[in-house]
Ligand binder design. Structure first.
Ligand code: ZN
Ligand code: ZN
Length: 71
């Protein structure tokens, strides 16, 4: 696999879109690993990693996507 932005070998893939990334083009962004209910079930909590590999080009949608099946 090669980097999406240049022809160097990819060192990893964007966690969000799957593009291949060399070390020059790899960035980091918070990534939600899981969403779950707190023990009292009053709120949803997210397990987030702060340094997921990111291409920096793809962007999360500006508006949250409803997930009614989690309610
Ligand atoms: Zn590159
Ligand atoms: Zn990406």
């Amino acid at each position: 696999m090669t980097c999406f932005f240049c022809t160097r070998p990819a060192r990893g893939t964007c966690r969000f879109c799957g593009r291949g990334l060399c070390e020059d083009h790899a960035g980091f962004a918070p990534f939600v690993l899981a969403v779950y209910r707190s023990h009292d079930r009053e709120r949803a909590e997210a397990l987030v990693t702060e340094d997921a590999l990111s291409c920096g080009t793809c962007k999360p949608r500006p508006q949250p996507v409803p997930m009614p099946e989690l309610d």
